[in-house]
Design a protein around this ligand. Structure first.
Ligand SMILES: Nc1nc2c(ncn2[C@@H]2O[C@H](COP(=O)(O)OP(=O)(O)OP(=O)(O)O)[C@@H](O)[C@H]2O)c(=O)[nH]1
Length: 321
């Protein structure tokens, strides 16, 4: 794969057989979904929510390996308690799951299968057609015997809920000890369609993150001046990099962003008197971005004039359109 930031990686002949698609990790609260997502993605940058146009799902992380790419998404409605009943809930879940290629259903090894698990299993079964891989999580918390017993119980649940063939696979993992995490990744990848990578490799999560970050900054920058520069503002996230030397729990991301306007007069509007407006934009956007990325950031905003960028194809490419 070539590394082309901001562009889709094009398949080359050696990518024949490459698989790429969407998977969701389901399971009740505390089942280990987030920890497993992080173990699968194995990234230093916080894996966070972002909604690119290609999917209605929130992307949790992207697993990019030699022959495949798994896009882990979150599906609203799946983990919801029974507040929405009957058909409405089934419709909602079916609808939100219609875009994923496989479902990983997390059940902790150290807890008996309960009504919450059964309820979600039922929802997944009702959707039909989608392969459901049962994942017995946190295997490090119990002994081998208990893992075996849980695997048997999960198999049984699969046959009860999904019918004779049961779950598509049952995989025990420990995210903490990184036991079987790669096995799980390749099992899920086996259910992805043949497809070139959906996101560029390299910056595994940058792409959807950057889109979302840019959107937050654009929103903040247009606040109150929408009439004056509605479409004359392009936001390009140049980089999101972890600040070196920060201790755990005190991580900081440096987010460097360029705002492009078409004319010097517009630059003056964005910056404001003595830079006051830009500082306000920065403060407002930063709060949203920190909430999105789940970590503190240092936001570095620059305003530049790119003359007539909307009409100039070269500029458009440069600005990521
Ligand atoms: N020992 C051990 N603990 C784990 C493992 N995976 C997750 N945990 C712990 O289990 C708890 C819940 O894990 P999460 O990953 O937050 O679970 P979740 O399913 O994302 O939870 P919600 O966000 O509430 O839906 C946390 O305290 C984790 O540290 C594992 O493989 N081994």
């Amino acid at each position: 794969m070539t590394k082309q930031k901001g562009k889709l990686a094009m398949p080359t002949p050696k990518d024949e057989g490459f698989r790429a698609g969407f998977a969701v990790l389901a399971g009740r609260p505390n089942a280990g979904k987030s920890t497993l997502t992080n173990a699968l993605v194995g990234q230093k940058v916080a894996i966070t929510s972002a909604k690119p146009q290609t999917t209605r799902h929130t992307i949790r992380g992207i697993v990019h390996r030699e022959g495949y790419q798994l896009v882990l998404v979150d599906t609203p409605g799946l983990h919801r308690p029974r507040t929405l009943l009957g058909k409405r809930l089934n419709d909602l879940v079916a609808d939100t799951l219609s875009e994923v290629d496989a479902i990983g259903f997390c059940l902790p090894a150290n807890e008996k299968i309960g009504p919450g698990d059964r309820y979600i299993a039922q929802q997944l079964a009702n959707v039909g057609k989608k392969p459901v891989v049962a994942i017995v999580t946190k295997t490090d918390t119990v002994d081998r015997q208990a893992v075996t017993e849980q695997l048997i119980a999960v198999e049984k649940l699969g046959r009860e809920v999904m019918g004779e063939s049961g779950f598509a696979d049952v995989v025990p993992v420990s995210a903490v000890e990184e036991f079987q995490v790669e096995t799980l990744a390749s099992v899920l990848a086996g259910y992805m369609p043949l497809s070139p990578a959906l996101y560029p490799d390299g910056d595994l999560t940058d792409e959807p993150e950057a889109v979302m970050v840019a959107e937050l900054i654009r929103e903040a920058a247009l606040e109150g001046v929408r009439d004056e520069l509605p479409h004359s503002l392009a936001v390009v996230v140049e980089e999101i990099i972890p600040r070196e030397g920060r201790t755990e729990g005190h991580e900081l991301l440096d987010v460097r962003v360029n705002l492009y306007v078409e004319r010097p007069s517009q630059k003056a509007i964005v910056i404001g008197k003595g830079g006051a407006r830009l500082r306000e934009v920065g403060t407002n956007a930063r709060l949203g971005i920190e909430a999105l990325l789940g970590t503190r950031i240092y936001l570095d905003l620059h305003v530049k004039v790119a003359k007539d960028w909307q009409r100039d194809p070269k500029q458009l490419v440069k600005l990521g359109f």
